[in-house]
Design a protein around this ligand. Structure first.
Ligand code: KG4
Ligand code: ZN
Length: 345
């Protein structure tokens, strides 16, 4: 990274296309002005994101979404100082759509290109609105593909101190939804039914691995066997107990998340705690974090709903910091589906 701090406060167009949301946002003088999101409902019936369909939907959505982002703030492309895109992690074909579009625009306008790490952007969503966390803080980033504990030392200085060794917690929510016959993604529906259920109705075993890492594959299997055994005894078990099932599973997943978050806070002596990513929209998780924060004297940061799931606002915020340090990308830079936190800095 270049050490020169740019005096200009830029206007940047940011594009997010890593999974099943096509999104564009404009940031001007460090303030995110809008956050246009086109969600791909086509995956609902398939039980998960179908990569080929996602790429095609991005291809159809990208021009209207970018046009809307520019139009809604009265900007034209020749007023942009840079264009940013999600480099990874994500689905290769989906990332290619945003990357190629951003490159074409950067070339046509002769403006810098900024590559953003999707997982770092989830963390930086906390800087879109006040109040913002002080450094250092610990961010629990929970999404459909990742579960990470990140030590955030500065806007562009992050270290993963713990992560899942197998499935992400969002995947555990979505697989639960699939077993309960919910459309994809099941996470928000599990959350919704859990609101009216008893979190202690059923007990599930917590699988724990040493240190700050997570593992969610065991609980996923335990849920599968539990439901299979109950349905054998009582065919309408799920229908009759849906709220209690959702509340108990959600309670267990939150317990697992909190156990390692508490350990991370203790090990690093840090009590400024944030959550980010799609699962941070979960009402049970948000409520539990607020509760725990009182007992442990934590200063907690929970993003607004629109900045939890995938959005270009967070890409724009990350791009702003990278612009200030002239951390530009070049036109030969391609998408990286497995990009790690810290790899672009
Ligand atoms: O961050 P995100 O939009 O995409 C990825 O980067 O993966 O996260 C999507 C994940 C999905 O697994 C979805 O089910 C989950 O976030 N999710 C939720 C809720 N809202 C979204 N999980 C539980 N409760 C919610 N309210
Ligand atoms: Zn995400």
């Amino acid at each position: 990274m270049c050490s020169l701090f740019m005096a200009k406060t830029p206007t940047i167009l940011a594009i997010e296309s890593s999974c099943d949301e096509t999104s564009a946002a404009i940031i001007h003088q460090g303030k995110v002005l809008n956050n246009i999101i086109a969600t791909q409902s086509i995956h609902e019936n398939y039980g998960g994101v179908v990569p080929e369909l996602a790429s095609r939907a991005h291809q159809s959505n990208i021009v209207p979404v970018v046009t809307e982002a520019l139009k809604s703030v009265g900007l034209s492309v020749n007023q942009l100082d840079a264009v940013a895109f999600t480099k990874g992690p994500g689905l290769l074909g989906a990332l290619l759509v945003g990357t190629s579009f951003a490159k074409g625009l950067a070339m046509s306008q002769n403006i810098p290109l900024i590559a953003v790490n999707h997982m770092e952007a989830h963390v930086l969503a906390h800087f879109i609105q006040d109040p913002v966390p002080n450094f250092p803080f610990i961010c629990l980033t929970v999404s459909g593909g990742h579960t990470q504990l990140v030590l955030v030392e500065d806007h562009l200085k992050m270290l993963v101190i713990g992560q899942t060794r197998d499935d992400a917690v969002g995947e555990a929510f979505d697989k639960t939804g699939k077993l309960l016959d919910f459309p994809y993604p099941g996470g928000p529906l599990v959350d919704q039914y859990a609101q009216n259920g008893d979190p202690l109705a059923y007990e599930f075993p917590i699988t724990s691995v040493p240190g700050l890492d997570y593992s969610f594959s065991g609980i996923k299997t335990a849920i599968l066997y539990f439901l299979r055994d109950q349905v054998k005894k009582q065919p309408d078990f799920i229908k009759r107990n849906l709220a209690d099932i959702c509340a108990s599973i959600q309670h267990t997943l939150i317990n697992m998340l909190m156990q390692k978050l508490l350990l991370a806070s203790e090990n690093h002596g840090i009590n400024t705690i944030a959550i980010a990513g799609g699962v941070s929209a979960n009402r049970g998780l948000r409520a539990r974090l607020k509760n725990i924060s009182k007992q442990h004297n934590w200063n907690v940061f929970i993003p607004e709903f629109q900045y939890c799931t995938d959005n270009a606002g967070m890409i724009a915020q990350a791009a702003h910091y990278k612009f200030m340090y002239e951390a530009f990308s070049n036109l030969s830079d391609g998408p990286d589906p497995r990009l790690q936190v810290g790899a672009l800095i």
